[in-house]
Design a protein around this ligand. Structure first.
Ligand code: NIG
Ligand code: FE
Length: 414
């Protein structure tokens, strides 16, 4: 048994009411400005203003006291959408994009996701693991204590499993919690170019059962987009995944408004992600179904597109989460502080809304909110100390890392 008292910190945390925070409640953040937090064996057993907490808790043996030097404490970031398992960067494509070639044109020419598929095919599982771990540890240094990592650069059973095995090894090697997602339907492989329906059949009949048998992925995802997969193909695949007990996610309405948001509502997906082009009508459908809108502002930034309409979504009573989308194409960053800054300054989210979006709502978007996402008794002691007085520092001090210390299960890990 080991009890730790962290004190002399300014604590800011969202409040978990048993469901993702939505609408006005998304800005419900509690503060303890002379705060303290008691941790027993990695789990929070008390939190509050120091003087109240110690009076409430009564006599207890404290094994270690940690003075947080008046820093701001927030829950560890949960990054609920990444593609950080890849073999090679795509710098030359970035240059093509900034000179004006659209992202989907590069894919149409056999580059983009398909160039990452070639690189993964040529890489060993060990190379993928080493690369993936490096990105995960970079994310850790920016305060990400839990993250989702997708497959999706394999596109056949062997290479998708190779990716998921590399992700599993990453999960064992990093102090972070890693949530693996199967994204076999990320692009149409060359040999199925003229018959994407047959590729969906192949995923349903062969790949999905193989992933399921190995219990190697928690969610199933698909990229619904013009020139990639249709809504009907999405419905077919995701229903098949739900039939074998997997939760589903959708890359929805990233570039064109195909109706991915409506499909997410119809299937009660755990999240719909991107949503740059989602319509008012489909935003309302998602709100009615309680689907989390997982917004990825670094993708809009990097693709130089209008940001997802976070204000409209929050005002429509939708739960908004935030993620990096870390990948070698559309958004190459591991930094949740960068995402936080974009959300506040370019999507008009308040710092309180962005805090809830990058901790509690993102924990819901990966099915982990029972244990993480907010600082309260019973949840894991995953938290960050920031070099500032409040979470606003994450947007205010741009382009640097305001995360000073990272704690996972009450232990300092970065
Ligand atoms: O979420 N849009 C599809 N997938 C990724 C990009 C992957 C890539 O370009 O490698 C995304 O933006
Ligand atoms: Fe993505």
């Amino acid at each position: 048994m080991s009890v730790k008292l962290f004190h002399n910190c300014r604590i800011y945390t969202p409040v978990d009411n048993g469901q993702p925070s939505k609408g006005k409640t998304q800005s419900n953040v509690i503060q303890f400005l002379d705060g303290a937090i008691l941790v027993e064996n990695g789990v929070i057993i008390g939190i509050g203003e120091k003087k109240n907490l110690l009076a409430q808790i009564g006599p207890i043996q404290i094994d270690q006291e940690i003075d947080c030097q008046s820093r701001c404490m927030i829950p560890g970031f949960v990054d609920p959408h990444t593609h950080m398992c890849f073999a090679r960067k795509r710098e030359s494509e970035f240059e093509m994009r900034i000179e004006g070639t659209p992202y989907l044109d590069i894919l149409r020419q056999g580059g983009g996701i398909l160039s990452s598929v070639k690189a993964v095919e040529a890489a060993t599982e060990n190379e993928l693991y080493e690369n993936c771990l490096k990105h995960a540890l970079t994310a850790l240094s920016f305060g990400t204590t839990t993250l989702e990592i997708k497959s999706g650069y394999g596109l056949d059973t062997k290479n998708e499993l190779k990716m998921l095995q590399a992700i599993e090894r990453t999960a064992k090697a990093t102090p972070q919690d890693v949530v693996p997602t199967f994204l076999g339907a990320h692009a149409i492989p060359e040999q199925y170019k003229n018959n994407p329906d047959a590729f969906i059949d192949h995923i349903i009949d062969e790949m999905l059962p193989a992933m399921h048998q190995q219990n190697i992925a928690q969610h199933c995802d698909i990229f619904c987009e013009e020139g990639v997969f249709t809504i009907e193909q999405g419905r077919r695949l995701l229903q098949a995944a739900q039939n074998i007990g997997m939760k589903v996610k959708i890359h929805a309405d990233e570039v064109h408004d195909l109706g991915g948001a409506a499909l997410a509502a119809e299937l009660c997906a755990i999240s719909a992600d991107h949503l740059l082009a989602a319509s008012d009508e489909n935003i309302a459908k998602m709100a009615d179904a309680g689907v989390v809108a997982n917004l990825l502002p670094a993708t809009a930034y990097s693709l130089r597109k209008p940001y997802a309409r976070a204000r409209k979504m929050i005002d429509s009573n939708l739960s908004v989460a935030l993620a990096t989308d870390c990948n070698p194409g559309s958004s190459y960053t591991e930094s949740m502080p960068f995402i936080f800054g974009l959300a506040v300054l370019n999507m008009n989210m308040s710092p309180a809304e962005a805090l809830t979006a990058s901790t509690l709502n993102s924990a819901y978007a990966v099915g982990k909110a029972k244990n993480i996402g907010s600082l309260e008794p019973g949840k894991f002691a995953d938290f960050l100390l920031l070099d500032g007085e409040s979470p606003s520092i994450l947007a205010y001090h741009a382009g640097v890392n305001p995360v000073v210390d990272v704690y996972k299960f009450g232990e300092k890990v970065a």
